[in-house]
Design a protein around this ligand. Structure first.
Ligand code: PEP
Ligand code: MG
Length: 565
């Protein structure tokens, strides 16, 4: 029997099935601790401090357990994967959670178990209400931490160690984190997708997984031979000997390929002569891309295009919805720098709720920062969500489509107003958030020296810079052959931007497609580019190219390219 699901963690696992069904309701609440009837009754004033103490003790014990898991994961799978557990640990410090439980105990007079259950249910429900799939998946984490707290409060004992191919209706992150790679061969889960935290943990541990198989999980019995193909999202139950052999060959080939890639991933993006090290960042479109970015060895996010929050919907995303998304990315990146670009509406990205109107030349029209400086309500909402999220990681804010220094000053003054508002309300944010701009309009590239004093960094948007410099619509197939980011005019502008940045003591990166183009990388390195941000899939190759070059070779390539008539 074969069935399909979602490829949740890559690799091919072969083993005997161990079917794990969820604990029956009430397992976490043994009789005598809190019965449903007792839960209805308010606790006595004397019991309040006792229940509070029990809650703090449970928090401490779950924190210690998570911390052990974190360290283990950091050792076996790298810091970036361990950040998943950090996000769970952060929930234990989250005022919305801790204060909520404290209030439920002190003011609501509820026993600790019930207080935790209610607050967790409320938080999980608010996450589940967000349209973004990734955020909805975070609800699983919240419930998982809640379950661990309840276990700690009620003294529930952990289950037997998992082994073979684990088959279950749903897998929580803590269950995933408790799985040992040598012991667990693979996982099949009825629910969940590739963005489930449990999936990231399994991927980090190299445990192949197929999630989202629906009710098929129930057709597998203990002891069946199961093949989990986490590359194709396929599960084979009791395959023929020939099929099994074919899976074994595929598994060996895949493992050899992975080993070669992993060796490179750990290496810094440093030139062969050791004279220059650059940053390799990932371009992402939402929280769901964080896992791929980290898996490809991204040292940060060089461009988070926030448009996905605004497209294909009749309304604008609320501050809270945006906050949850930005926070998820910052937490997911575990303290690495994350450049989030403010809304780049217009051009080829229509935002129905903003009603930008018909425009004869949308790429030369009402777009990006021009819209935001007009609709300061929309802009301020996004900036507020960003600043609030900055308390959860290392945020850098980037304004797109800047043509003049005056626009930067205007945008910064809206940012300053938003900061004052947060100060007045006592809402925490990182006061040192760096502010940068995309250099993607030729005027900004030519006069980059006038903009540099206003910002902390530049990021060259080569996609737009090429189209505007060469007068080639980037979306028009008919003129695609004219679209050449390696045109010396574009390269000279890039050189001007990088030189202006360095003269002003700031750094210059690039987040257009050119940054990941193997032909352009030597030239850009030779021009002195400090940061390259690209689609995660291009990162390993870019790293390899940079590590093969010397600075002398890169500079020679740049000199030659600037003169190509
Ligand atoms: C660019 O213009 O190079 C860029 C990265 O922005 P976008 O492609 O989103 O316009
Ligand atoms: Mg652009």
């Amino acid at each position: 029997m074969e069935f399909k699901g979602v490829a949740a963690a890559a690799g091919i696992g072969i083993g005997r099935a161990m079917v794990v069904t969820p604990p029956p309701p009430g397992r976490a609440r043994p009789a005598g601790v809190v019965t449903p009837e007792a839960a209805e009754q308010a606790i006595s004033p004397a019991a309040v401090s006792q229940e509070l103490e029990r809650f703090w003790a449970a928090v401490a014990s779950v924190r210690a357990a998570l911390s052990r898991l974190h360290d283990e994961l950091a050792r076996t799978a790298g810091e970036e994967k361990a950040a998943i557990i950090e996000a769970q640990m952060m929930m234990l410090d989250d005022p919305a959670f801790v204060e909520g439980v404290r209030e439920a105990i002190t003011e609501g007079r509820k026993p600790a178990v019930q207080a935790v259950e209610e607050v967790v249910a409320g938080l999980a429900a608010s996450l589940e209400a967000v349209a973004d799939e990734y955020i909805r998946q975070r609800a699983v984490d919240v419930r998982d931490v809640g379950r661990q707290l309840i276990d700690a409060l009620t003294g529930a004992t952990p289950e037997e160690p998992l082994a073979g191919v684990v088959v279950t209706p749903e897998l929580t992150p803590s269950q995933a984190a408790a799985m040992e790679p040598g012991r667990v061969d693979g996982v099949v889960a009825g629910a969940g997708g590739a963005t489930a935290h449990a999936a990231f943990i399994l991927a980090a541990r190299g445990i192949p997984a197929v999630f989202g198989v629906g009710d098929h999980w129930a057709q597998v019995h203990n002891g069946d031979t199961v093949v989990v193909d986490g590359n194709r999202g396929l599960v084979a139950v009791n395959p023929s000997p020939q099929e099994l052999d074919a899976f074994r060959v595929e598994k060996a080939t895949w493992q050899a390929e992975q080993a070669a890639l992993a060796r490179l991933r750990e290496k810094p993006a440093e030139t062969a002569d050791g004279r220059r090290r650059v940053e390799l960042g990932a371009n992402i479109g939402g929280p769901a891309d964080v896992a791929a970015a980290l898996a490809a060895g991204a040292e940060g996010v060089g461009l988070f295009r926030t448009e996905f929050l605004f497209l294909d919907r009749p309304d604008l995303p609320s501050e809270e919805e945006q906050f949850q998304v930005y926070k998820a990315v910052l937490e997911g990146m575990g303290g690495r720098p994350v450049i989030i670009r403010t809304l780049d509406a217009g051009g080829d990205k229509p935002v129905p709720a903003l009603d930008l109107g018909p425009q004869a030349n949308p790429f030369l029209g009402y777009r990006a920062i021009r819209v935001c400086l007009n609709r300061t309500d929309v802009f301020a909402t996004q900036l507020r969500a960003l600043l609030r999220a900055s308390a959860y990681g290392r945020l850098l804010i980037m304004f797109p489509f800047i043509a003049t220094a005056a626009e930067v000053r205007q945008a910064k003054s809206v940012l300053a107003e938003v900061k004052s508002g947060l100060d007045r309300e006592g809402i925490p944010y990182d006061p040192h958030v760096q502010v940068g701009v995309m250099i993607e309009i030729p005027s900004a590239a030519v006069a980059a020296d006038l903009i540099a004093p206003e910002v902390d960094f530049f990021s060259i948007g080569s996609n737009d810079l090429t189209q505007y410099t060469l007068a080639v619509d980037r979306t028009n197939e008919k003129v695609a052959s004219y679209y050449d980011p390696l045109h010396p005019a574009v390269l000279r502008l890039c050189k001007n931007v990088i030189d202006a940045a360095h003269a002003a003591g700031i750094w210059a990166g690039m987040c257009g497609e050119m940054a990941g183009d193997p032909r352009a990388i030597p030239v850009l390195l030779g021009l002195g580019l400090d940061e390259f941000s690209m689609n995660p899939s291009l990162l390993p190759k870019a790293r390899e190219i940079i590590r093969r070059l010397t600075i002398d070779e890169a500079e020679a390539a740049a000199r030659a390219a600037l003169q190509q008539s």
